[in-house]
Design a protein. Structure first.
Length: 424
């Protein structure tokens, strides 16, 4: 139980840390990517501004002006292999261009990322407007546009390296968190596990020690009841109450001792298990409970649909099914019906106990296998019992690699189904 809890805690820690690292990594990636593009935009803006003074000459002389000029302001910061410069008139018509990047889209003031079908796949552009003083003061007119462009391959390479680094760093961090989480969960659960072991040991010891005094009390009461001439008539009911309470306490001690031993895996080691015929167990139980059903005027039916055998302990499997049958008979009204079914599905044996009893509220279904649990209606109807029958049945099913499921409807009845793996 604590092993599973330890792994669930560790998994929860890893999930929380993975979420935190993902948010952190995404934030770092977006922040640095924006900075990279912002720096690229500044570089392109500087390039476009340095080429702006030549727009008038380009408009007058065309692209030949760029071939005739020996020195241009933008030559030292222009990378012909990765960048391009384009001059446009006020109508957006291309006048001249320099560089390897050929773009067919019209100029648009500001930064823009263009996707292309050929390499480079993405190009970042920055376009500025060039104005010239007009005849009227403070009324310049548009001369044209300058567009500087550059491939984003360098930025994408840095982004890929950043993403790879964040991913590897996150994986290494999660690995360290897992190692630290194992140590933390071990230390955190150790005192709880120790207390739980002590509680189980106390339950087992107390249950074992109670059996002796209870047996003495029960034997003494039986001796006294066997000699009614020695008992005052007023004390007869008191002795009957003592006998009933002693019997119930004995059953409770036995049930608690069984649960303590089952959880400690000492009741019946798995290596001592052998193939058990469920058909024989169910047939014997039907014959045993048939008398109880007749006394309560309840119809008990047995439907055998398969011949199956499972690996396990015969006494425990008998107790599992008998607890389910006893539970069904206890909560079924006279003239009701209890149907015991044995079937096989895939690699599992299915033992179903269906009754027409009082049923269980849907809200109570998750708690029916808890120890000492009783719904209000069940508590008012059931006589005796310890409230451990279903808990013991579920414990036995789990020890045999199976489980018990239940469906119920108030006023209609319940159906308990035990699912046990077949012999392989």
């Amino acid at each position: 139980m604590f092993q599973g809890l330890r792994w669930r805690l560790l998994l929860s820690q890893l999930m929380v840390m993975a979420a935190i690292l993902s948010v952190f990594g995404a934030g770092v990636y977006v922040f640095l990517s924006r900075n990279l593009y912002r720096q690229l935009d500044k570089k392109l803006l500087t390039l476009a501004q340095s080429a702006a003074p030549s727009l008038v000459e380009v408009k007058d002389e065309g692209s030949q002006h760029l071939d005739q000029v020996d020195e241009v302001p933008w030559r030292d910061i222009f990378n012909r292999d990765k960048q391009s410069l384009e001059w446009f008139n006020a109508d957006g018509k291309l006048l001249a261009s320099r560089g390897v990047l050929e773009l067919t889209v019209p100029p648009k003031v500001g930064s823009l990322t263009l996707k292309r079908m050929r390499k480079p796949n993405q190009v970042r552009t920055f376009t500025i407007s060039v104005f010239k003083d007009g005849s009227k003061p403070n009324h310049p007119y548009l001369e044209g546009y300058i567009r500087a462009s550059q491939s984003t391959e360098d930025v994408e390479t840095i982004q890929y390296q950043l993403l790879w680094g964040l991913g590897m760093g996150g994986m290494m961090t999660l690995g360290l968190v897992a190692i630290g989480g194992l140590w933390l969960t071990q230390n955190a659960l150790e005192p709880i596990e120790k207390s739980f072991r002590q509680l189980k040991q106390f339950t087992a010891d107390a249950s074992h020690e109670l059996r002796g005094p209870l047996s003495v009390i029960q034997a003494s009461v039986e001796v006294m009841r066997n000699h009614p001439e020695r008992i005052h008539p007023k004390d007869a009911k008191k002795l009957a109450s003592i006998a009933s309470a002693t019997t119930q306490m004995s059953h409770l001690a036995q049930d608690l001792l069984f649960l303590a031993r089952a959880e400690a895996d000492v009741s019946s080691p798995a290596h001592e298990w052998k193939p058990i015929s469920l058909n024989s167990i169910l047939q014997n139980l039907v014959e045993l409970f048939e008398i109880i059903a007749q006394e309560k005027k309840i119809t008990l039916q047995y439907q055998c649909r398969a011949t199956v055998a499972v690996m396990g302990d015969e006494a425990q499997l008998t107790r599992l099914i008998s607890n389910l049958l006893e539970n069904a008979l206890q909560y079924t009204l006279p003239a009701g019906q209890v149907v015991l079914t044995l079937a096989k599905h895939s690699r599992f044996a299915l033992v179903s106990v269906q009754d027409t009893g009082i049923g269980i509220d849907r809200e109570q279904l998750p708690f029916i296998f808890d120890r000492f649990w009783r719904a209000d209606k069940a508590r008012s109807r059931r006589e005796g019992g310890t409230g451990l029958g279903l808990a013991i049945a579920q414990t036995i099913a789990h020890r045999h690699g199976g489980k018990i499921t239940v469906t119920s409807q108030v006023g209609v009845g319940s159906c308990f189904q035990a699912r046990l793996p077949l012999c392989t």
